[in-house]
Design a protein. Structure first.
Lengths: 473, 280
C-alpha cells in the first residue's frame, strides 16, 4: 500500500479510520477480549450453566447484561469487528490512489540518479566499442527480462526493465479477502441455520430441531435412516460410524447415500453430518411364558408391540401394549402386558427384565400392586427376557449459504500473502557508457521492498552479464 | 518399539547440541559451533527416520495413519519442524548464535514427550473424526507456524540481550549476537512465514471442522486461541508500518505472540473443548 493521502482530507473521522495505529489497537483489543470467552464457558456448553450458578446474583446480572455467556455473538464484539472492517475499507480507499500512481509511473530509461553510489561490484569494464557492447547487452537482457525499454542518449545506452508491478496490489487482495470472509460469516449467521435430529433405524423424519429456537424446522423433504452401524477397534475405541440414509421428495425416493464422519451429505442445500448415535428400544420383546398346569409348560417367544397372540392354553389372547427401556427412569426394561380372556375382563400388568434386583432394591409393599404382578392371570406367569433395541443416528443438520464466500476469501488471502510476502516491484537499469578503449557497464535497481533480495539480484546480474560479455570477446 | 528408542536418543542429541552452541557463545570458539550443527543435523536425520518408522509401524499394526494424531506425536513433530527450520535459517544466514535460543525449544518438546508420565507413546488407532486428509495438512501447517514463531521468539530474546551490549562491556556472548537491524529483519521474515502458515493452518482446520462437525468456526477455545495468536501477529506485521515503533516494541509483541502459541498448543488442553487430545 502506498502512503496515506489524508493530508488533503481534513475530515477527522476519516483520518481516525484511515490510521494503521487504530488497526493495531483494534487487533490487540480483539485479542484481549477473545480471551474472556475462552475462560468463561460459552453458552451451548454444559459448563456454562454451572459457571453461572457459581456467580453472585449481581455478577450474574452484569455478565448476562454484557452478554459474556455468548460473547462472540454479542453486539459489542461484532462492533469491534465492524470497526476493523471500516478501518480496512477507509484505509484502502485512502491509499489506493497513491498505489495506482506508483503502479502507473513510467520512469525514463535514461535516468542517471539510480546509478549514484553504486557498490563496486555493480560497475565493470568491457573492451570493445559501445554500440556492439550495447547490442550484446540487449540480447542478454532480453533472455532474462520481459518488457525492456531502450534509450540512446549521447554516447550512453540505457536499458530499463520492470517486473512485479502488480505485486503492489497484493496487500489490497489480502485486505479484500478479510472483508469477504467477514461478509461470508455474516451471511451464514443471518441466512443459515444450525440444527440436529435423531432418526431411529427404519424411521423417517421431515423436520429438524434448531439449536436457537423451539419450533422445529420443516425440511421440505423426508429422510429415512435405513440402517446404522458402528464398528470398533480391538481396544474398544470406535472405528467408524455409518448411517445409510434415503431421501424422499413428495414420497418418492430420490437419493440413497451412506453418511460417515468427515464425509457429510448435501441434499437440496442442506448438509447432514454424522454426529452421534444411541440405542432406543424397538417394538419387539422376548418373552418367556410359563403355564402352571399339571405340568409346567414353558415357551419362549418374540412378540411385536400391538399384535395379539393366543395364549398357549387357548384361554384367550394377549398383547404387548407398551415397551419402556427404563421404566420411571429407575426400574429398568419393562413391558406392559394386556390379556383378554375368552370371558371376563382385561388384565393388565407390567413385567420387568430385572425383577430379581427390583425385589432386593424396593420394599415388599411397593411391589405388591396388582399392576406389578406377573402372575395376575392364572395359571400363567410372564417373564421379560429382553427388549429388542434399535440404533438411532444423531445427525447435525446445517445450512450455511455464506460458506463458499469464506472459502473464496481464504483462497484469496493465501494468494495475497504470497504476493505481499514473496514478491516485490523491481526496476532494473543497465547503462552502457563509452570509456577509453571500451565501455563501462553499470547496473542499478530499485524495489518497493525486500532490499536484500534486490541486492542479491543485482549482484547476480552483474556477475552473469560480466561473464557473458567477456566470453564473447 | 524402535522409534521411541531412537527418539529418546534424539532428545539427548538436541540437549548436547544446545550445550555445544552455548559453549561456542561463551568461549567464542567456532569449533563448538560446527560440532553443534553437526549434532543437530544428525539428530534431525535420526528423528526423521524415527517418524517414518513410526508411520510404517502403525500400518503393521493395522491402524495405519500419519504420526500426527496425539500429544506425543505432535510434540515430536513440533521439535522436528523447529530444528529443520532453524537449520535452514542457520544455513542461509551463516550464523549459529540463534542455536542457543532455539535448540532448547526442540529439546524441551522432546523431553516433555519422552519423560512426562501423562503422555502415552503408544501408537493409538484413529477415532472417526480424526480420519481426514485435512488433518494432516492442518497439523503440518500449524506446526511450521509454531516453529517459525518459536524462532521469532528466540530472535526477540537476542534483540533484548543485544540492547545491553555496548563498547565497554567486553562480553563474547553479547558480541557474537548479530546487529539489531539484522535481528529485526530476520524476525520480520519469521513472523511473515509463521503468519502465512498459521493462516493456512486455521483455514485447513476450518475445512476439516466443516466436514466433521458441520461448521467451519465454532469459537472452541483452541480455535479462539489460534485466532488470538493470529491477531497478535497481524498487529506485529502492521506495527512495521507505523513510524516510531522500533524493534523493541516488535520484539515484545513477538514474545507475547509466542506465549499465545504455547497457550494455543498446551494451555487449551485444560479448557473444555473438542480439541483437547485427552478427550477426543
Ligand atoms: C485482520 C485484518 C488484516 C490482515 C490479516 C492484514 C494483513 C496484512 C498483511 C499481511 C500486510 C502485509 C504486511 C507486510 O508486507 O509486511 C498488510 C499490510 C498493511 N495493512 Fe493490513 N491487514 C489487516 C487489517 C488492516 C487494516 C484494518 C488496515 C487499516 C488501516 C490495514 C492497513 C495496512 C497497511 C497500511 C499495510 C501496509 C502495506 C504496505 O505498504 O506494505 N490492515 N496487512
Amino acid at each position: 500500500m502506498a502512503k496515506s493521502t489524508s493530508k488533503t482530507k481534513s475530515n477527522s473521522v476519516w483520518r481516525f479510520f484511515s490510521s494503521v495505529k487504530l488497526t493495531i489497537v483494534l487487533l490487540i483489543i480483539l485479542a484481549i477480549t477473545s480471551i474472556l470467552g475462552t475462560i468463561i464457558p460459552q453458552m451451548p456448553q454444559r459448563e456454562s450453566v454451572e459457571f453461572a450458578r457459581g456467580l453472585s446474583p449481581g455478577m450474574f446480572k452484569l455478565f448476562s447484561f454484557i452478554n459474556l455467556f455468548d460473547m462472540y455473538h454479542s453486539l459489542w464484539f461484532r462492533l469491534i469487528i465492524g470497526c476493523l472492517a471500516l478501518n480496512l475499507i477507509i484505509c484502502s480507499i485512502d491509499r489506493f490512489p497513491a498505489t495506482l500512481k506508483q503502479f502507473r509511473f513510467r520512469p525514463g530509461a535514461d535516468r542517471n540518479k539510480p546509478f549514484q553510489d553504486l557498490p563496486l561490484n555493480q560497475t565493470f569494464f568491457v573492451e570493445g566499442n559501445v554500440e556492439d557492447t550495447a547490442n550484446q547487452v540487449a540480447r542478454f537482457i532480453k533472455g532474462r527480462y520481459k518488457k525492456i525499454k531502450r534509450k540512446h542518449a549521447g554516447d550512453r545506452y540505457y536499458f530499463l526493465s520492470e517486473k512485479g508491478k502488480y505485486s503492489r496490489f497484493g496487500v489490497y487482495l489480502v485486505h479484500l479477502s478479510v472483508l469477504i470472509i467477514v461478509i461470508g460469516g455474516l451471511i451464514g449467521s443471518f441466512f443459515g441455520f444450525d440444527g440436529y435430529i435423531n432418526i431411529v433405524e427404519g424411521e423417517q423424519i421431515d423436520a429438524i430441531k434448531l439449536r436457537k429456537q423451539t419450533t422445529p424446522l420443516k425440511l421440505g423433504f423426508e429422510v429415512r435412516c435405513d440402517k446404522f452401524t458402528v464398528d470398533f477397534y480391538e481396544n474398544g475405541a470406535p472405528r467408524e460410524y455409518r448411517s445409510e440414509l434415503s431421501f424422499f421428495v413428495n414420497g418418492k425416493e430420490v437419493e440413497k447415500e451412506n453418511l460417515l464422519v468427515n464425509h457429510p451429505i448435501k441434499f437440496r442445500g442442506i448438509t447432514f453430518y454424522q454426529s452421534s448415535y444411541g440405542k432406543t428400544p424397538g417394538n419387539k420383546v422376548r418373552l418367556k411364558i410359563v403355564r402352571h398346569a399339571n405340568e409346567h409348560e414353558s415357551i419362549g417367544m418374540e412378540a411385536e408391540q400391538g399384535n395379539s397372540f393366543p395364549l398357549p392354553g387357548k384361554e384367550g389372547q394377549f398383547q404387548v401394549l407398551k415397551v419402556d427401556a427404563n421404566l420411571r427412569g429407575m426400574m429398568g426394561p419393562a413391558a406392559l402386558i394386556s390379556i383378554h380372556a375368552e370371558q371376563g375382563d382385561e388384565t393388565r400388568f407390567w413385567i420387568f427384565q430385572n425383577w430379581e434386583t427390583l425385589q432386593n432394591r424396593f420394599p415388599k409393599q411397593m411391589l405388591q400392586s396388582p399392576m406389578l404382578n406377573s402372575s395376575a392371570f392364572k395359571p400363567y406367569t410372564f417373564y421379560l427376557e429382553g427388549l429388542e433395541s434399535k440404533f438411532y443416528t444423531g445427525l447435525q443438520v446445517n445450512r450455511d449459504p455464506g460458506v463458499s464466500l469464506v472459502w473464496i476469501g481464504s483462497f484469496l488471502m493465501i494468494g495475497g500473502f504470497f504476493v505481499t510476502f514473496f514478491m516485490s516491484h523491481r526496476r532494473i537499469w543497465v547503462r552502457v557508457s563509452n570509456a577509453k578503449r571500451g565501455s563501462t557497464i553499470s547496473i542499478a535497481g530499485t524495489s518497493n521492498k525486500d532490499p536484500v533480495g534486490l541486492e542479491r539480484e543485482l549482484a547476480h546480474l552483474s556477475i552473469n552479464l560480466n561473464g557473458y560479455l567477456n566470453k564473447r570477446k | 518399539m524402535i522409534n521411541t528408542i531412537i527418539l529418546s536418543y534424539v532428545t539427548f542429541g538436541y540437549f548436547g547440541a544446545f550445550i555445544l552452541y552455548l559453549l561456542m557463545m561463551v568461549m567464542g570458539r567456532a569449533t563448538f559451533g560446527r560440532l553443534a550443527s553437526l549434532l543437530s543435523v544428525v539428530g534431525l536425520g535420526a528423528q526423521s527416520l524415527a517418524i517414518i518408522l513410526r508411520w510404517v509401524e502403525s500400518y503393521q499394526l493395522g491402524i495405519g495413519h500419519a504420526p500426527f494424531s496425539n500429544l506425543y506425536e505432535s510434540l515430536i513433530f513440533f521439535s522436528w519442524t523447529i530444528t529443520l527450520l532453524y537449520l535452514i535459517v542457520e544455513w542461509r544466514t551463516k550464523n549459529r548464535t540463534l542455536g542457543v535460543f532455539v535448540m532448547p525449544l526442540a529439546f524441551l518438546a522432546m523431553a516433555y514427550a519422552s519423560f512426562s508420565p501423562n503422555i502415552a507413546s503408544r501408537i493409538q488407532p484413529l477415532i472417526p473424526a480424526l480420519k481426514s486428509n485435512w488433518l494432516i495438512t492442518h497439523v503440518i501447517t500449524c506446526f511450521f507456524a509454531y516453529a517459525a514463531f518459536g524462532i521469532s521468539f528466540g530472535l526477540s530474546l537476542m534483540y533484548f540481550l543485544k540492547l545491553v551490549d555496548n563498547e565497554k562491556r567486553n562480553n563474547t556472548f553479547l558480541k557474537l549476537i548479530p546487529r539489531k537491524g539484522i535481528l529485526d529483519d530476520l524476525n520480520y521474515q519469521m513472523v511473515a512465514i509463521g503468519f502465512l502458515m498459521l493462516t493456512l493452518g486455521i483455514i485447513t482446520g476450518s475445512v476439516w471442522a466443516y466436514s466433521a462437525w458441520g461448521r467451519y468456526w465454532g469459537w472452541d477455545p483452541k480455535e479462539t486461541w489460534s485466532l488470538i495468536t493470529w491477531f497478535i501477529y497481524a498487529a506485529v506485521l502492521h506495527s512495521r508500518m507505523v513510524r516510531g515503533w522500533t524493534g523493541k516494541k516488535i520484539a515484545i509483541m513477538s514474545i507475547i505472540g509466542f506465549f499465545c502459541v504455547l497457550i494455543t498448543y498446551f494451555g487449551v488442553n485444560y479448557l473444555a473443548g473438542l480439541h483437547s487430545y485427552a478427550t477426543t
